[in-house]
Write a protein that binds this ligand. Structure first.
Ligand SMILES: [Ca+2]
Length: 233
């Protein structure tokens, strides 16, 4: 409003100096105020998005996720088999909201909003317990104003990992391993105009750590950072 008042005062001074009729100055001032109010209304409307939107990190890693963990697995579980089983029904089509609950085995778990403190998610830290054999699901929604083609989707995981994009499995690894960036790469990936669903599943097959990281890059390796990441569909 200060800027607006200042502009009006300056305009008045200019007009007075030119000996304009007072009535005309008042009418012009009214027009400026009306236009200013209209612009302010538009700004307020723009500042109220439907859902929180997050950007990937500067290196492209997505750090905002809905996480469902830990789904505890029997101690004799083979991680290579666990990555192929659905611990939640129809995992490829998961579309959760924060607060959604599901019971796996005898335990009820809740989908929670998580912001990774580093480039990867640390599922033991998120679950607040040291697991041995366990599965985690992480989901995010990527909203695009226009279709994005020829992207690469890159996964790192400890241990086995799997990624579905819009219901289709694009990445999977069955071997136990430690976390590295971009261990698995899917090329020529398309993000549709509108909402895209990413389901990222990571199995802990034992050991100290249980982690996963995911990012999109351009075909030339440049990190994609201008994505709108959301935590509701
Ligand atoms: Ca592990």
């Amino acid at each position: 409003m200060f800027m607006l008042n200042h502009a009006v005062a300056e305009y008045r001074n200019q007009q007075n100096n030119q000996n304009q009729p007072t009535e005309e100055i008042i009418m012009t001032t009214k027009t400026i105020i009306t236009t200013g109010t209209l612009l302010l209304s538009l700004c307020v409307a723009e500042a109220q998005p439907a859902a929180d939107t997050f950007a990937p990190r500067s290196d492209g890693f997505i750090r905002d996720w809905l996480v469902f963990a830990p789904i505890m697995l029997p101690s004799d579980t083979d991680g290579a088999q666990a990555i192929d089983k659905n611990q939640l029904p129809d995992e490829a089509a998961l579309k959760p909201k924060a607060g959604d609950k599901a019971t796996v085995g005898a335990k009820e778990l809740t989908w929670k909003k998580v912001k990774g403190s580093d480039y990867y998610l640390d599922f033991n830290e998120i679950a607040k317990e040291q697991t041995d054999k366990a599965t985690a699901y992480a989901v995010c929604y990527v909203r695009c104003d226009t279709e994005r083609t020829n992207l690469s989707l890159k996964m790192g995981s400890n241990d086995q990992g799997k990624v579905y994009l819009n219901g289709k499995a694009l990445l999977k690894t069955s071997e136990p391993r430690s976390l590295d960036q971009d261990s698995d790469v899917a090329r020529k990936v398309t993000l549709n105009q509108g909402v895209n669903v990413v389901v990222f599943k990571v199995v802990n097959d034992g050991g100290q750590d249980w982690q996963g990281c995911l990012r999109f890059t351009e075909a030339n390796g440049k990190a994609v950072t201008d994505l709108a990441i959301r935590l509701e569909p």
